[in-house]
Design a protein around this ligand. Structure first.
Ligand SMILES: Cc1cc2nc3c(=O)[nH]c(=O)nc-3n(C[C@H](O)[C@H](O)[C@H](O)COP(=O)(O)OP(=O)(O)OC[C@H]3O[C@@H](n4cnc5c(N)ncnc54)[C@H](O)[C@@H]3O)c2cc1C
Length: 400
């Protein structure tokens, strides 16, 4: 007999686990599938920053681009509130600490950008203050003397990317969801009650078998595979893939209570709860491609030595005490942004019952993405205006 679900979630990263958990908690009969294991890709490889201020990649292209990126602020505010109660709701530690985030500036142009940015963010309801050097001496004495000012958002912080998605996945199962790993969605076609999807399942011995299941709704929570999955539903879901570098140091005594980002350089750093320092911020790695030049996401992407060095330099310039701290490991993760830096969140045009979310800081924004999607699936009117994140916006622009 064909298995039937209310919802099939494709992707066992943080977003898929959150969506499965929320939908199952709402009473839906949910199946979550992942072609590999839960948390094996971006959600388990990232920096774990919970950043609600605009990121460097959003301000480096100037004020116009920053204004567009700020349209995601309702999702940021929603996610900030959700992270604050998530450990209680999940009933397990996720490593969440919202002890404040600083975006630092070391020249007058960057300070001007911070002031513009703070005003823009406040206009959307995010509480951000620009601290001068004297205030920084009191709040963040570990920062380099070269830092002139910083924007502070008290809501920012971190979660532990190694444990968050698996814990949420367990909560989804406790709420009644089924999880199948090594189960790849390879096909879909419309049926009167929704969709019949084909899964290719790989057994322990490497044997493969096909399974079809019927479902009323499908959520694509597939990170860098989103564009590829969109094609299965005859939909264009444009994303730009990025391979990025991360480095972790050895343990040091407690030094950095904040999430630290830079207004003029690619840098994010924080001290993890295990006392190591996690350094990232968007330094590129080599994205592997197939013979036709298409991204090959199932291959291992490669570190670029200059990126590791550049990232370390930016970290030491900002927090000089890191100069004497050994780096222990560097790795690469792949993620997506949409061409306009805003996320893709909502219904997939031309594929009734199919929903998608991806793009940008989907670790930080995972909770609000999942809440919005589960609301749409349940037929609730969104309490956030989703028009700026409409997955169809690029197709509409190209035909108008
Ligand atoms: C190095 C790095 C640092 C980052 N730092 C941050 C940060 O500090 N803060 C932040 O907010 N964001 C950060 N990001 C971005 C963030 O990691 C991602 O946006 C987020 O984790 C995406 O989560 P996801 O659940 O959507 O996707 P993923 O975690 O990539 O999960 C997608 C899943 O879909 C599965 N899948 C794909 N195709 C199929 C299929 N056909 N069938 C079944 N399963 C399929 C995959 O196997 C995968 O497990 C960073 C990203 C990287 C790479």
């Amino acid at each position: 007999m064909t298995e039937r679900y209310d919802l099939v979630v494709v992707g066992g990263g943080l977003l898929g686990c959150l969506t499965a958990w929320m939908a199952a908690r709402d009473g839906a009969h949910v199946l979550l599938v992942d072609k590999d294991q839960v948390n094996q890709h971006a959600s388990g490889q990232n920096a774990g920053s919970l950043h609600f201020q605009l990121e460097y990649r959003m301000v480096e292209a100037g004020e116009g681009a920053a204004r567009v990126a700020a349209e995601a602020m309702p999702l940021h505010l929603d996610a900030a509130a959700m992270w604050a109660r998530m450990e209680d709701e999940i009933g397990e530690p996720l490593g969440v600490r919202q002890t404040g985030g600083l975006m630092v500036a070391e020249n007058t142009d960057q300070v001007r950008m911070l002031e513009f940015k703070a005003e823009l963010e406040r206009s959307w309801g995010l509480d951000v203050r620009t601290l001068d050097r004297t205030e920084l001496d009191a709040v963040a004495p570990y920062l380099s003397r070269n830092i002139l000012a910083a924007n502070l958002s008290a809501l920012e912080g971190k979660a532990d990317a190694r444990i968050a998605a698996p814990a949420v996945g367990r909560a989804a199962v406790a709420a009644g969801a089924s999880v199948r790993t090594r189960s790849r969605l390879v096909g879909a076609h419309r049926v009167p009650t929704g969709w019949e999807v084909t899964l290719r399942e790989t057994g322990r011995a490497g044997d493969e078998r096909a399974r079809t299941v019927r479902t009323a709704a499908v959520v694509l929570a597939a990170g860098v595979w989103t564009t590829e999955l969109g094609r299965i539903f005859d939909s264009e879901l444009p994303t730009v893939p990025l391979a990025l570098t991360m480095t972790v140091t050895s343990k040091i005594p407690k030094l950095i209570p904040h999430l630290v980002q830079h207004a003029g350089a690619r840098l994010s750093l924080k001290q993890s709860l295990d006392s190591t320092v996690l350094i990232g911020g968007g330094w590129p790695a080599r994205l592997m491609r197939d013979a036709h030049g298409a991204p090959a996401f199932d291959r291992k992407h490669q570190l670029i030595p200059q990126s590791i060095a550049g990232n370390a330099r930016a970290a030491v310039n900002t927090v000089p005490a890191l100069e004497r701290v050994p780096a222990v490991r560097s790795w690469v993760g792949a993620t997506t942004v949409a061409p306009d830096q805003l996320p893709l969140v909502g219904a997939v045009k031309g594929a009734p019952g199919v929903f998608v979310a991806t793009g940008g800081s989907a670790f930080t924004l995972g909770p609000s993405f999942a809440r919005v999607l589960t609301g749409l699936i349940a037929g609730r009117s969104p309490d956030i205006d989703l028009a700026p994140y409409d997955p169809a916006r690029f197709a509409e622009r190209s035909t108008s």
